[in-house]
Design a protein around this ligand. Structure first.
Ligand SMILES: [Zn+2]
Length: 293
């Protein structure tokens, strides 16, 4: 399997900014860790793919978290990513699956729901946060991210996301693209972009054909119009750890910690993002009480 990566590019002489990504391995990692069923895999995979590309728009140590809450049976979809190609994610109800929809696709809309909001929180450093939100307009997610960029970031964009699942629930292929109109772009360029998007083969089909991220952009925009800038390797990566959870337990307060010691003789915590379990001994918890000042 080819390793995941993100491509950053420009098109039409710099008037369009383009991102595309192969995310099959990252989505597979999420599928394995959360044991998602196919419709949930598609919803989580699409969200992770968009989030990963949005991470690639950030700089340095900045990061972002995307929450999709469409009030559907899957519950919330949470994904976060940084500027270095790391992404992780989870959903409230990973064992969500429905029969294929009218056009023979995984019924992501039914799982996600069509009410509620897509919320993005960017940690831009120095304890500074940018937060934006837009209503869920489709539930298929690509259109919802497109709407988010227009509504919340005032950046006309087109977002295409696709995840294909094998009969054994493993991930066959995953990826997507984000195309954005740069300020000052000519009307003629915007028309060309709209035509290209209206006439393109559905993104899930292109991904199924095994197109690389570069080929995906060439296919949509025309190879002669695309200038590739950079490749960023990407992976499912969780930055949780024993000490981080210990700090979180400390934040629960003295009474809670005493009850953990007396009633449970220790504590166990599980990371939502990667499902790693951490165990804390009575001694560790007692040390928290002693060091609390
Ligand atoms: Zn974790």
């Amino acid at each position: 399997m080819t390793k995941d990566y993100i491509v950053k590019a420009l098109a039409f002489g710099g008037q369009i900014r383009a991102y595309s990504a192969l995310t099959t391995e990252s989505v597979q990692e999420a599928q394995t860790r959360h044991y998602t069923w196919p419709t949930a895999s598609a919803a989580l995979g699409r969200t992770m793919t968009a989030t990963l590309m949005m991470g690639a728009m950030l700089k340095g140590n900045q990061k972002l978290t995307v929450t999709v809450d469409g009030q559907g049976p899957i519950g919330k979809i949470i994904a976060d990513a940084d500027a270095k190609g790391n992404v992780r994610g989870y959903v409230t109800n990973p064992q969500t699956h429905f029969p294929l929809n009218d056009i023979g696709k995984l019924d992501v809309r039914r799982a996600v729901g069509t009410e509620g909001a897509l919320t993005v929180v960017k940690d831009v450093g120095m304890k500074d946060y940018f937060s934006g939100s837009s209503p869920i307009v489709s539930g298929e997610l690509g259109e919802d991210f497109t709407y988010y960029f227009a509504k919340s970031e005032q950046t006309p964009s087109s977002v295409g996301l696709g995840v294909l699942v094998n009969p054994d629930n493993s991930i066959k292929a995953a990826g997507g693209f984000i195309l954005q109109v740069m300020p000052g772009a000519e009307d003629a360029t915007i028309t060309k972009l709209e035509d290209a998007i209206n006439n393109m083969t559905p993104v899930s089909k292109l991904i199924d054909q095994g197109l690389t991220p570069e080929e995906l952009l060439f296919e949509i925009l025309g190879e002669e119009n695309v200038q590739i800038l950079e490749n960023v390797p990407a992976q499912f990566e969780c930055n949780c750890g024993h000490d981080k959870f210990l700090t979180a337990i400390k934040g629960l307060g003295e009474a809670e910690i005493i009850s953990m010691i007396n009633e449970d003789h220790g504590a166990e915590a599980e990371c939502h993002f990667c499902r790693t379990k951490y165990n804390f001994t009575e001694n560790e918890l007692e040390a928290l009480l002693e060091n609390k000042n």
